[in-house]
Ligand binder design. Structure first.
Ligand SMILES: [Zn+2]
Length: 177
């Protein structure tokens, strides 16, 4: 069971709704293994690089900045999330390919081996939120990687939650306004 604070789930759903009709995407950072912050990343898929209803591509500059932030703070990449506008909250064949580098190299470890893939589907109301692990295929005969669902528990509160860190971020953010 994957414990995720309710606020984090709600933030991903809010982002998915705001990005309509396009797919939303982003990263969830964790501290000490506890997911605590959602970072929205610009979807640069599509001809105009302003997003697409059918796929997502994260802005590489933003990705680099978030990576630098993780190196600096010791935060980890807990999950990569994106939304599906009209289909189920499970990784599509394109999503499966995209989890590897180069894309579709299912014999290698995925690009982010310890990171969950969270899918938000707006095809139903309330939106469906599901988490997945994508792992390399078990044999060359398989045409797909191994994809395992991790049931989510929406935690309202729990003691290990890094409140102080979260508060510091918020107050820092207010100061920069
Ligand atoms: Zn997808």
């Amino acid at each position: 069971m994957l414990k995720i604070p309710r606020a984090i789930v709600e933030e991903m759903v809010a982002h998915a709704r705001e990005a309509m009709p396009n797919e939303a995407c982003g990263m969830v950072h964790a501290q000490g293994g506890v997911p605590f912050e959602v970072h929205r990343v610009k979807n640069i898929a599509g001809d105009e690089k302003s997003g697409s209803p059918f796929r997502y591509e994260m802005d590489p500059m933003q990705q680099l900045r978030l990576e630098a932030q993780r190196d600096e703070t010791g935060e980890t990449l807990f999950a990569i999330y994106h939304s599906h506008v009209g289909s189920e909250a499970r990784p599509s064949p394109t999503d499966e390919r995209q989890a590897f580098f180069p894309p579709g190299e299912f014999d290698r470890d995925p690009a982010y081996p310890n990171t969950f893939y969270i899918l938000v589907s707006l095809a139903s109301e309330p939106p469906e939120v599901r988490a997945w692990r994508v792992l390399k295929r078990t044999s060359p005969d398989e045409t797909r990687p191994v994809v395992i669902e991790e049931p989510i528990e929406r935690a309202r509160w729990w003691p290990q939650w890094p409140w102080r860190c979260w508060m510091r971020r918020w107050t820092g953010r207010l100061r920069h306004r």
